[in-house]
Design a protein around this ligand. Structure first.
Ligand code: TYM
Length: 332
C-alpha cells in the first residue's frame, strides 16, 4: 500500500491556504487510499523566534483542526513530531549526508533568514538545517508520496536527493519519495497582495483567511480582496493575479474548474460574493467539528498518544537500519 506522509508547522493560525493546498486532500483523499501519517511538526516551529506557550497552544490547535477536517485516527496516524525521537535521530544522519550549499539554496531559507536579519535578530542554525529534519520526517516512514502545496516542492526535491545519495553511498535504506501537489489551489495567494503566498506566519491579517475566522470576518476579507485593473473575469496568474486567486479558491471549495468558472462571471462583485459564501460553507463544517472536539480535549490527547506509539513503531526499523548502514555499531 502506498505510504503517505505530510506535516504542518504550528507557527501561526492555520489558514485557508493550508487547508485548500494540503489538509483538505489529506482528509478527503489520502487517508482513504493510502497508509497515511499526518504530523504536527512542532520541532520545526522552534527554528524561528517563538513564544513557548504559543507553540504549545498552536500545536494543540493544529491537532484539533486536523481531526476537525475529517482525519480519522482509525484509518490514519496523527501525531506530534517531538513525541517520536526517530525524527531527530535520523535528521542528524541526513545532516552528515547533505552539504551546506544545498541547504543555503532553499528558497524558504533565503526568505526567512532575510526576514530575521531585517528584524535585527540572529538566524538560528536550525533554520539552515530545517530541510534535513523535514527529510527525516519523510524518509523515516518509507514514504512514497508527500502531499504538499507548491511552496514545499523544493524541500521534497532535496529529500529525494538525500535519499538517493544515502542509498548510493551506504546501501539501499530509504524509499525515494515524490511530492504530490493538488490540481487547484496549490498556491493560495494573499488577498491583499495576490503576488505573494497566503502564509500563516505573515502579519497581514486582512489578506489571510484563517480556518477559525467567523463567517462575517471571512466575508469581509474576501469582499475586500484586491482585484485587478481590467474589467473581465479572466483566469491568468500574470495579468489577473487577484481574480485568478479568487477563481482558484472558489474552484477548490466547489469542486469546479477555475478556467471554466471564469466564463461564468461578468463582474468581480459576483465572483467575490460566491467565493465568500463557498468559503464560509466549507469552513463552517470544519468549525462545527472543531467546537465539538474542543469540548472534550482528552479525545485529541488520546489520538496523539496513540498516534505517537504507532509512528514510533513504524519509524524505528528504518532509522535503526540507517544507523547501521552509515557505520554505527548497534547498542550492546
Ligand atoms: P506549512 O506548515 O507551512 O504548511 C502546511 C501545508 O500547507 C501548504 N500551504 C499552502 N498551500 C497552498 N497555498 C498556500 N498559501 C499554502 N500555505 C501553506 C504547504 O505547502 C504544506 O503542504 N515544511 C513544511 C512542514 C513539514 C512537512 C514535513 C511537510 C515539515 N516536515 C514533511 C511535508 C512532509 C511547512 O512548513 O508546511
Amino acid at each position: 500500500m502506498t505510504r503517505v506522509f505530510s506535516g504542518i508547522k504550528p507557527t501561526g493560525h492555520v489558514t485557508l491556504g493550508n487547508y485548500l493546498g494540503a489538509m483538505r486532500h489529506w482528509a478527503e483523499v489520502d487517508q482513504h487510499r493510502a497508509d497515511s501519517l499526518f504530523c504536527i511538526v512542532d520541532l520545526h516551529a522552534l527554528t524561528v523566534d517563538h513564544d513557548p506557550a504559543r507553540v504549545r497552544r498552536l500545536s494543540r490547535q493544529a491537532a484539533t483542526l486536523l481531526l476537525a477536517t475529517g482525519l480519522d485516527p482509525e484509518v490514519c496516524t496523527v501525531f506530534l513530531q517531538s513525541h517520536v525521537d526517530e525524527h531527530t535521530r535520523l535528521s542528524y544522519l541526513l545532516e552528515c549526508v547533505a552539504s551546506d550549499g544545498e541547504m543555503r539554496r532553499m528558497i524558504q531559507y533565503k526568505e526567512k533568514s532575510a526576514r530575521e536579519r531585517e528584524r535585527g535578530g540572529s538566524m538560528r542554525l536550525s533554520l539552515l538545517t530545517y530541510p534535513a529534519l523535514m527529510a527525516a520526517d519523510i524518509l523515516a516512514y518509507g514514504t512514497d508520496e508527500v502531499p504538499v502545496g507548491d511552496d514545499q516542492t523544493q524541500h521534497v526535491e532535496l529529500t529525494r536527493d538525500l535519499a538517493v545519495r544515502f542509498n548510493q553511498r551506504y546501501g539501499h535504506t530509504f524509499t525515494v519519495p515524490r511530492a504530490a501537489r493538488p490540481g487547484v489551489a496549490a498556491r493560495v495567494m494573499n488577498l491583499q497582495d495576490p503576488t505573494s503566498k497566503m502564509g500563516k506566519s505573515d502579519d497581514s491579517g486582512p489578506g489571510i483567511v484563517y480556518l477559525l475566522d467567523e463567517p462575517d470576518v471571512v466575508r469581509k476579507k474576501i469582499m475586500r480582496a484586491v482585484t485587478d485593473s481590467g474589467r473581465d473575469v479572466e483566469y491568468d496568474r500574470e495579468t489577473s493575479p487577484g481574480v485568478t486567486n479568487l477563481l482558484e479558491i472558489l474552484a477548490a471549495c466547489t469542486g469546479g474548474d477555475p478556467r471554466a468558472l471564469a466564463g461564468a462571471y461578468e463582474s468581480y462583485g459576483a465572483l467575490k460574493e460566491d467565493t465568500a459564501e463557498a468559503v464560509v460553507e466549507v469552513l463552517g463544517t470544519v468549525q462545527a467539528r472543531h467546537r465539538e472536539l474542543c469540548a472534550d480535549p482528552t479525545q485529541v490527547e488520546g489520538v496523539l498518544r496513540q498516534g505517537a506509539e504507532k509512528a514510533r513503531a513504524m519509524a524505528r526499523p528504518t532509522v535503526d537500519a540507517a544507523y547501521r548502514a552509515i557505520g554505527l555499531l548497534p547498542p550492546v
